[in-house]
Design a binder for this molecule. Structure first.
Ligand code: NZQ
Ligand code: ZN
Length: 391
């Protein structure tokens, strides 16, 4: 196991009606003015935004707001938000939504106290050391941004979708409110995409060459198995509170660091997918259900050990002498699971029958360097082969 620094400063409040505590929680954080950020309207239609405002009013906290954040959030909304936040002199961001809303709120939080262009943080020109506080009311378990110190934004002009990984504690939400009932209204495709995303957050950590990581291996495998079980229940009954609750908490622990301590992480699949959603505006989790099996099949032939272990322990593939065959059976079962959830497993099913692979490969290595990933180091020739195998 590698040495590590693990710090998760987020206060998690989980359960029915938890959003009514938002005013008290913001007050406890010393907030005087809160800027609410939300998406394309689901939080308005469900009445959630109204309840959040009521709670802030009851706590005597001033608030301003910005709606209209779209999935695969873009820089334009961040600039707009920075201006609103500065004008209202808000000292805390409150994201009411999913990863896109939370990541926009984080970008505003880091952009407001900075004199330069917030994009500097995303291209690693400047290190993010100071930010306004961010609180979250989560409405979709998926990106895990409610427990991470990261934010992913697309710069439209250059078509770059890049992540900011701030130092521990800088951008982690100070509190995250998780009420599983808020996820009852999710369309099945969003639920499934979120499930794929959280699974891949675990897998990016799981596929490692770091030896002696038995505890985190078992944690990863256990959470993956739980997600798969609960996913079928949610598919059958979207209003199954217990299944929704389990999925919601899985989404958080998949990405708040718990499953990745002490091990080298991979992240090639995420970087490959970010190129796809930057160019074609597809749902991130659905992009992953296409890329990840293709990536796994590629690495299984070069470094089968962990993929075979995944196949045996997560999907009960019988042990056999041929580790590549065991690994490939695991890949097949993962594809079947994604299909069962109604997710695409190739570009055609994703609705992008003829992706511009030259552009994907070029963008990927321009943004992420000559080699990507760690479980198997991938050159441009390798990533091209993976994209092509997903057609
Ligand atoms: O905009 P509204 O109307 O709210 O609709 C949203 C949106 O259309 C809808 N939705 C959310 N909660 C709902 C709901 N509809 C009905 N009922 C509800 N309760 O779902 C759609 C997707 O929302 P979005 O916020 O985009 O989803 P998600 O949480 O999957 O976030 C995806 C973004 O996060 C990034 C992705 O790349 C993508 O841009 N990621 C962020 C990470 C991080 N910050 O740590 C890590 C991830 O790997 C990921 O890259
Ligand atoms: Zn993701």
């Amino acid at each position: 196991m590698n040495d590590f620094h693990f710090y998760t400063p987020t206060d998690y409040i989980f359960g029915k009606g938890a959003e009514m505590q938002v005013g008290a929680l913001a007050s406890k954080q010393g907030a005087r003015g809160v800027m609410i950020v939300y998406g394309g309207g689901s939080a308005v239609r469900s009445g959630l935004l109204g309840r959040v405002i009521q709670s802030l009013d009851e706590a005597g906290i001033a608030h301003c707001q910005m709606g209209g954040v779209q999935p695969n959030p873009v820089d334009k909304k961040v600039y707009e938000g920075i201006a609103i936040c500065r004008q209202a002199k808000a000292d805390m961001l409150l994201a009411v939504g999913g990863g896109s809303v939370i990541d926009t709120a984080k970008a505003i939080a880091v952009g407001v106290p900075y004199e330069g262009d917030f994009w500097d943080f995303y291209i690693d020109k400047v290190k993010a050391e100071k930010a306004l506080k961010v609180g979250v009311v989560l409405t979709i378990p998926a990106a895990g941004s409610e427990g991470s110190g990261n934010s992913v934004i697309t710069k439209v002009e250059t078509c770059q979708k890049l992540g900011l990984r701030a130092a521990p504690g800088v951008l982690n939400p100070v509190f995250s409110i998780l009420n599983p009932e808020l996820t009852f209204t999710l369309p099945p495709f969003q639920t499934a995409s979120g499930i794929a995303d959280m699974m891949v957050h675990i897998m990016e950590r799981y596929f490692t060459n770091t030896p002696s990581v038995e505890v985190s291996d078992r944690l990863c495998e256990g959470v993956l198995m739980a997600i798969i079980n609960e996913a079928y229940k949610v598919k059958q009954n979207p209003r199954d509170y217990e299944a929704r609750a389990n999925i919601m908490w899985c989404g958080t622990i998949a990405h708040n660091g718990t499953c990745g301590v002490g091990r080298e992480e991979d992240w090639a699949s995420h970087f490959m997918e970010h190129e796809v959603s930057a160019l074609y505006d597809v749902t991130h989790g659905a992009g992953l259900s296409v890329i990840v099996p293709a990536w796994m099949a590629f690495v299984a032939r070069r470094n089968p050990g962990k993929v075979a272990q995944f196949a045996r322990r997560v999907f009960n593939v019988p042990q056999a002498e041929d580790q590549v065959a065991v690994a490939m059976e695991g890949v097949e079962r993962l594809r079947e699971f994604f299909h069962d959830m109604g997710l695409p497993v190739n570009f055609r099913e994703l609705g992008v029958p003829r992706p511009d692979i030259d552009r994907l490969v070029e963008g990927l290595h321009h943004n992420k360097g000559e080699l990507v990933g760690f479980y198997v180091r991938l050159s441009a020739k390798d990533t091209r082969e993976i994209y092509e195998s997903a057609l």
